[in-house]
Ligand binder design. Structure first.
Ligand SMILES: Cc1cc2nc3c(=O)[nH]c(=O)nc-3n(C[C@H](O)[C@H](O)[C@H](O)COP(=O)(O)OP(=O)(O)OC[C@H]3O[C@@H](n4cnc5c(N)ncnc54)[C@H](O)[C@@H]3O)c2cc1C
Length: 404
């Protein structure tokens, strides 16, 4: 049996950042990650200015930015054939006013290796939480397997940072509220050639939506399809996918045949937007995707997970370290983070319903530039609003804890 002050289930962005921050503040932490490494393709790789700012506050930004990454500062959209500039991050009041496109595993490995400097930081890879241990109406630990062997981990607090299919959330007996998503995403890659425009591009056309993220040496492409239609798209064959994508982005038609050779090259993300009404019970708390699964719109998922971790550590580090954690502290975390999650999801649902669904469902029709986008072309200063919301998030968090 292992005893610790905090057992974090899930070594994603929320769990690794929380583990790092708590250990840095002098709390003993065990992070359980069910996989043996952090390698997973097409994860949230969009490290936004809000997250870079947290790294800056931790004094780690310069070292972090030595990791290979690609900077994005502008977003453009095509509605039919009309190109509109949507967001401009260059005005954000932070040291790194851009999105650093970086493989998520590099980010997580960075946190793991820097966390190792703190005595109380322990990450158990191949550590999978199976059930919560409850005694006297309170969660007091986790039953897990570590390298296949049963392990009991006793903790003052268990944090469910185990993502959209959270075991902890399920064991708490809470059902997430489904806010609905009209689409799923098929991810694929294309090479980046000299002369390609360098930014984020979205094309909204009659019946189809494609978003392309510049990753430096390749393009990460999101082919947005109506919810539940992935099997139909795959059954239609790769030639039909080539034809649709070639029509959406003619400049890339040259590389489709060689690089997107079978429908197996399309990796499905089932989009969901969900949120728990209550994030905690005595002895246990959910954060990140486990508390609120985000739509991929805006690439905010990792960043809001990091913000949750910062707020959780700000509120809970001292009570955990001093063995005086109360239910009210857990309620305070939810009170702090519910509004940003709710506001961000409301904005995503609005965009899903007003911009994406009309394109997807309007096969054969004419696509108009939405009025709000027209305003941004007439008054470029308005592009700072989506930049601020996307780049910094709603109610940005600051690191308030000190290194112990
Ligand atoms: C295909 C895809 C593409 C995405 N693209 C973007 C994007 O471009 N930008 C963006 O910001 N967001 C994106 N997201 C969302 C983003 O990845 C998540 O919002 C973010 O990672 C949430 O962080 P988290 O730490 O809460 O959860 P997760 O990242 O899901 O991490 C949870 C971790 O818990 C582990 N785990 C699960 N169950 C257990 C268990 N029982 N025991 C131990 N460990 C467990 C998992 O292995 C995982 O490592 C994408 C998501 C997917 C699936």
């Amino acid at each position: 049996m292992i005893k610790t002050q905090c057992c974090i289930v899930g070594g994603g962005p929320a769990g690794m950042m929380l583990g790092f921050l708590l250990a840095r503040a002098g709390v003993s932490v065990v992070v359980l990650e069910k996989h043996g490494d952090f390698l997973r393709d097409f994860r949230g790789d969009t490290v936004h200015p809000s997250t870079l700012n947290v790294m800056d506050e931790l004094g780690l930004l310069d070292e972090f930015l030595k990791l290979p990454h690609h900077k994005i500062q502008h977003f453009a959209g095509f509605f039919g054939d009309t190109r509109v500039q949507i967001a401009d991050l260059t005005h954000l009041p932070v040291r790194a006013p851009y999105i650093a496109m970086m493989p998520q595993w590099d980010f997580l490995d960075f946190l793991k290796s820097h966390g190792a400097a703190y005595a109380g930081f322990k990450v158990l890879m191949h550590g999978e939480a199976k059930a919560l241990i409850e005694e006297g109406g309170k969660v007091v630990g986790v039953r897990a397997t570590v390298d296949g062997a049963l392990q009991e981990i006793r903790a003052d607090l268990v944090v469910g940072a185990d993502g959209r299919h959270s075991t902890v959330r399920e064991a708490m007996g809470f059902k997430a509220r489904d806010l609905g998503a009209p689409m799923d995403v098929l991810w694929f890659r294309l090479t980046h050639k000299p002369g390609d425009a360098g930014e984020v591009m979205g094309r909204f056309d009659a019946g189809s939506v494609l978003v392309m993220l510049d990753r430096g040496d390749y393009w990460q492409c999101a082919y947005v399809i109506p919810k539940g239609s992935a099997d139909k798209v795959r059954a239609g064959g790769i030639e039909k996918v080539h034809a649709t994508i070639g029509r959406l982005m003619p400049a890339f038609a040259d590389r489709l045949k060689d690089e997107l050779t079978t429908v197996d090259d399309l990796k499905l993300l089932t989009v969901g937007v969900e949120r728990l009404d209550i994030w905690w019970k005595p002895g246990v708390l959910c954060i990140g995707d486990a508390a609120h699964t985000m739509s991929p719109i805006g690439g905010v998922g990792i960043n809001i997970a990091i913000q949750d971790a910062v707020a959780t550590s700000n509120i809970l580090a001292a009570p955990l370290r001093e063995n005086r954690l109360k239910d009210a502290d857990l309620a305070a975390v939810q009170a702090r983070r519910l509004f940003p999650a709710r506001a961000t999801q409301a904005a995503q649902v609005f965009l899903q319903n007003r911009i994406i669904a009309p394109s997807l469902l309007n096969a054969g029709g004419k696509i108009e530039v939405p009025f709000v986008m027209k305003l941004m072309q007439w008054f470029p200063v308005l592009r700072r609003v989506p930049a601020r919301l996307m780049g910094m998030g709603v109610r940005p968090e600051h690191v308030r804890t000190k290194a112990a």
